[in-house]
Design a protein around this ligand. Structure first.
Ligand SMILES: CSC[C@H]1O[C@@H](n2cnc3c(O)ncnc32)[C@H](O)[C@@H]1O
Ligand SMILES: [Zn+2]
Length: 434
């Protein structure tokens, strides 16, 4: 028996290293890392702890490639309107009035709680006071690629926009080697709220610091149309002219893309985040995710913030992705369940620069593992667990969650923070919002 070893044994192991389900398999975890994956017929090692996974799917934790975690504070504050009104008339004013380090910490804690309980182990996030988000991620035991936001207006914590990139770079310096589960990054809001100079300087800082550059792009038809009228180019051409499109840039939304834009992004090796919940609710449109993947672009799934989705349960977004693309293309084969599951795990990990360490249960990768309980009426019978994960399960079916080998959810209960207190604090803050 090797000390410090855990065997997650039984159920349907889906390692995401191939399109195979190991029925009655097992996963060995040692020192926070996946030690081995076993098939039913393999001999199992003697270990210190055994977790009984009978009746459960055992798979990599989900990867949320786009979120603004503090925005759970604004959940349900402004619904049923387009992006421009949502942002300019409701969200920006609410941020100016209510965002400060304490409220960011409270909203981020709530989002981390929601994500962990629904099986998301890694979040790629961008906001203001992102250091507070990082503290919340550490406290709850999540993994995160966390970005300080850059916008050319006075913003929470950055009253002078001329200091925005400097502040973002300072965040990266502060978190670069601080906590192994936190990878810092920089997030430019959009090509229409950041000047060309800001975009170029922010990307240059990312290059110097060796971190991911993130940006919302081509979210609405109006955004693309305006740039075309003003400059005669697409936002992708603009970003490429500024040398921003490369393998360490994550493009978020990508709803209004031409095939020329897609080819350009593919040539540059740039990655993408698909946010179907937010894009449908704001009536922005649908990202051509299948076409992007056919061109070899890594596309992950994102929830966006809880103010535009309105929850952070990636199981919802998986189901939406599978169904929307079929309806839109009139092709029942489009976005099959395996493809969607890959987007929510390994492809998402690749999209945010963590493909070498998470997203599958390949031995040597970090042990971010979830158990999804199939012993539920709405998941019975289990002819095909992959089908259930995409078309029938919800985050509430997640039983256990491990991040870096540490159990943070057990039997549907969070072990790291007191959920009631987190909710009470957000309710206290929300009481001040009109
Ligand atoms: C610098 S990122 C934080 C900034 O982005 C705003 N935001 C949230 N969701 C969206 C979206 O879908 N499109 C554009 N901007 C968005 C958020 O409110 C923050 O101000
Ligand atoms: Zn966003």
């Amino acid at each position: 028996m090797t000390r410090g070893t855990t065997l997650i044994n039984g159920g349907w192991v889906i390692p995401m290293t191939d399109r195979e389900v190991y029925e009655g398999g097992a996963v060995l975890v040692k020192d926070g890392v996946v030690g081995a994956v076993f098939r039913a017929e393999d001999e199992l090692p003697e270990v210190e702890t055994v977790v009984d996974a009978a009746g459960c799917v055992v798979m990599p934790g989900l990867v949320n490639t786009h979120c603004h975690s503090p925005m759970s504070l604004f959940r349900g504050l402004a619904d049923d309107m387009p992006l421009a009104s949502w942002l300019n008339e409701h969200i920006f004013p609410a941020e100016a009035a209510h965002i400060n380090p304490e409220t960011v910490r409270a909203g981020a804690l709530l989002s981390c709680v929601e994500m962990l309980l629904s099986g998301t182990t890694t979040v790629c996030d961008g906001y203001f006071y992102e250091g507070e988000v990082a503290e919340a991620v550490v406290e709850t035991g999540m993994r995160g690629v966390l970005a300080h936001g850059v916008i050319d207006f006075p913003a929470p914590g950055v009253p002078d926009p001329s200091e925005n990139v400097e502040k973002a770079a300072a965040f990266v310096e502060a978190w670069k080697d601080r906590w192994p589960l936190v990878t810092p990054s920089i997030f430019c809001h959009t090509p229409y709220t950041c000047s060309e100079k800001t975009l170029a300087v922010a990307k240059e800082a990312c290059r110097r610091l060796g971190v991911l550059f993130q940006i919302h792009v081509a979210e609405t038809e109006d955004e693309v149309q305006r740039l075309k009228e003003e400059r005669g180019i697409s936002p992708y051409q603009l970003l490429d002219d500024l040398h921003i499109l490369d393998e360490t840039t994550l493009l978020i939304h990508n709803v209004w893309m031409s095939s020329r834009d897609m080819d350009l992004v593919a040539r540059r090796g740039t990655t993408a985040s698909h946010n179907p919940g937010s894009n449908t609710k704001l009536a922005s449109g649908l990202c051509p995710a299948s076409a992007l993947m056919e061109k070899g672009i890594h596309v992950g799934l994102g929830t966006d913030g809880a103010a535009s989705n309105n929850n952070l349960d990636l199981f919802n977004d998986m189901q939406l992705t599978a169904k929307l693309h079929k309806a839109y293309s009139l092709d029942p084969v489009a976005m099959d369940a395996w493809t969607v599951l890959e987007m929510a795990t390994l492809e998402g990990a690749k999209a945010i620069g963590l493909g070498g360490s998470i997203g599958s249960l390949l031995p040597g990768k970090r042990a971010d593992i979830i158990l999804v309980d199939m012993n539920k009426p709405h998941l019975t019978p289990t002819h095909n667990p992959v089908s259930h994960l995409v078309y029938a399960a919800t985050g509430a079916d997640v039983r256990d969650v491990f991040v870096e080998g540490r159990q943070v959810v057990k039997g549907g209960r969070l072990l790291t923070v007191d959920v009631g207190s987190v909710m009470a604090e957000v309710n206290r803050i929300a009481a001040f919002m009109g």
